[in-house]
Design a protein around this ligand. Structure first.
Ligand code: GLN
Length: 537
């Protein structure tokens, strides 16, 4: 029977509820339980796919093509499972379903209301995910902060769900912040008390408090929190700032977080196997060297915009026992090739990640040219691959004015063009080529060497592709097409044999990298850097 764990947040936003939920998922998985997750986001967008990365950070893509909140990435990385469309629920998608039903006449003339229609739809999403995954534990994180007007239907749905499920079948973990006042040298509990009071006013009593804090929480303060918030003392869990997010599960394990959850849900405790995770953290904390990897993109002011790319770089670093420093390069600064040279002069490897629109493209082309000519290990992702193809077409294959129709609609040499089935697509929401597609890998290539397989599956999110008319001339000029869609129509990976590592892919490998299992293409990049710098693992 599935047990449900709801995670809410109070006091401030950006508390790291996703990391706390993902850590709990890890601790339960380490005990052999199956775990599914759901992220509820109260905004009205149907999904975050149409939101600017500056607003919302990265859009994480699942195997089945859902464009979701970046927290889902943390959940997949910590729990090491693949989730689905049902894992991501927004107010927009809930309202869309209810309004579609209303238009169909499903409500038989009734007045359609937040309670019960919206709350019923929210509850049915919980049930649908349960039916798909049939997990031992279903963790449901509610985005936003308690007290937000837009989160209320979700909180009400949880209140109903909890009381229908029964005491030992569903719990609420409330995450808060204990601010530290340096003048008095104290951690303050009052904001947490207030936030629990708000939660109670909606009819929800938390069973566990997870308190984010810079300092260790004194026993007296834990007791105060337990008393005022009506939770047991052992259920006040401290969550300190950590050097690495991957340390969080171990820090929570030390405080018996999972056993407290299991006790409340009346599930027998099991021994946790966290040995490999401990080895991972050991590696993270004791690197044998440091390397510098540049990310040359457009959204460099908000690292969350490329969070899965950053995590994937780290994973490949851990496997090599090296610390990876990220150098953010705003590709617009590289439009001048002298500045590009200066910015690139101290980097050991470079990634040109995904993106949309023309801004900064010429700078990306300069970065790629620099990497190609100076043997700087390079990985291009999605837009990064399209730029690599344009750069090679212009500067090596001699295809004058080569461009993408995304940046120049009437270009004389459209080496990158809209995919055929995208030509008549109208509207932006959920209309790209999304999710997992197979790719055939050519033997004897770098891609084949790192994947060690002839067939792979990777997640996509794009509208444009390499124009098949240009594949032959590009091949003749030396570009290797090492990965193609099974029908041979879509170019999925290109590479060059000469530089130590010059590989670019149309898909997003960053969505499948795991801390203990780095993605082959990121590993290939970091391996090449480590080899160049003579830093063996
Ligand atoms: N803008 C490009 C396309 O739509 C690349 C997309 C991406 O990098 N995710 O094809």
């Amino acid at each position: 029977m599935t047990k449900y764990i709801f995670i809410t947040g109070g006091v401030v936003s950006s508390l790291g509820k996703g990391i706390i939920g993902a850590s709990l998922g890890k601790l339960l998985r380490a005990r052999g339980f199956s775990v599914a997750i759901q992220k509820f986001d109260p905004y009205i967008n149907v999904d975050p796919g149409t939101m600017s990365p500056f607003q919302h950070g990265e859009v994480f893509v699942t195997d089945d093509g859902a464009e979701t909140d970046l927290d889902l990435g943390h959940y997949e990385r910590f729990i090491d499972s693949n989730f689905s469309k049902l894992s991501s629920v927004t107010s927009g998608s809930v309202y869309q379903t209810v309004i579609q039903k209303e238009r169909r006449g499903d409500y038989l003339g009734g007045t359609v209301q937040v309670i019960p229609h919206i709350t019923n739809e929210i509850k049915s999403r919980i049930v649908k995910a349960q039916k798909q995954f049939k997990p031992d534990f279903q963790i449901i994180e509610i985005g936003g902060t308690i007290g937000d007007i837009e989160g209320l239907p979700f909180i009400e749905a949880i209140r109903q769900f909890k009381s229908e499920a029964g005491i030992s079948n569903a719990i609420n973990i409330h995450c808060t912040l204990l601010p530290y006042l340096p003048t008095s040298g104290e951690l303050k509990t009052k904001p947490s008390q207030h936030s629990v009071n708000v939660l109670r006013s909606y009819g929800l009593q938390p069973e566990i408090l997870v308190c984010r804090t810079q300092k260790s929480i004194p026993k007296t303060e834990k007791e105060k929190l337990a008393l005022f918030c009506s939770v047991s003392k052992e259920a006040v869990i401290e969550c300190r700032d950590m050097k690495s997010i991957y340390e969080v599960p171990l820090a929570l394990e030390e405080q018996n977080f999972a056993p407290v959850v299991l006790k409340l849900l009346q599930v027998s405790e099991r021994k946790a196997d966290l040995e490999r995770w401990k080895e991972l953290v050991e590696k993270i904390n004791h690197p044998k060297g440091t390397i510098k990897i540049a990310i040359a993109g457009k959204y460099t002011k908000l690292s969350d915009a490329y969070i899965s790319v950053v995590e994937s770089i780290k994973h490949a670093g851990y496997a090599n026992n090296v610390k990876t420093e990220i150098k953010w390069i705003n590709s617009e600064d590289c439009i001048d090739s002298k500045t590009c040279r200066e910015l690139m002069s101290d980097v050991d490897g470079v990634i040109v990640p995904g993106g949309f629109g023309i801004r900064g493209i010429e700078g990306k082309l300069n970065v790629i040219k620099y990497a190609r000519e100076n043997n700087v290990p390079f990985l291009g992702i999605c837009l990064g691959m399209q730029c690599a193809v344009i750069e090679y077409a212009r500067n090596v294959a001699g295809i004058k004015g080569a461009n993408s129709t995304e940046f120049e609609e009437n270009t004389s040499a459209p080496v990158i063009d809209l995919m055929l089935d995208q030509k008549n697509v109208k509207g932006y929401g959920g209309t790209m080529r999304l999710g997992a597609y197979d790719c055939k890998i050519k033997s004897g290539t770098k891609a084949h060497e790192v994947y060690n397989s002839n067939k792979i599956s990777e997640r996509h999110r794009h509208r444009y592709e390499v124009n098949t008319d240009y594949i032959e001339p590009l091949k003749k000029a030396g570009l290797v097409f090492s990965g193609m869609s099974p029908d041979g129509m879509l170019s999925e990976i290109v590479e060059l044999p000469e530089p130590d590592w010059f590989v670019a892919c149309q898909f997003h490998p960053e969505f499948k990298s795991r801390p203990e299992r780095p993605h082959p293409l990121f590993k290939g990049l970091i391996d090449a850097v480590v080899k160049q710098k003579h830093l063996s693992a």
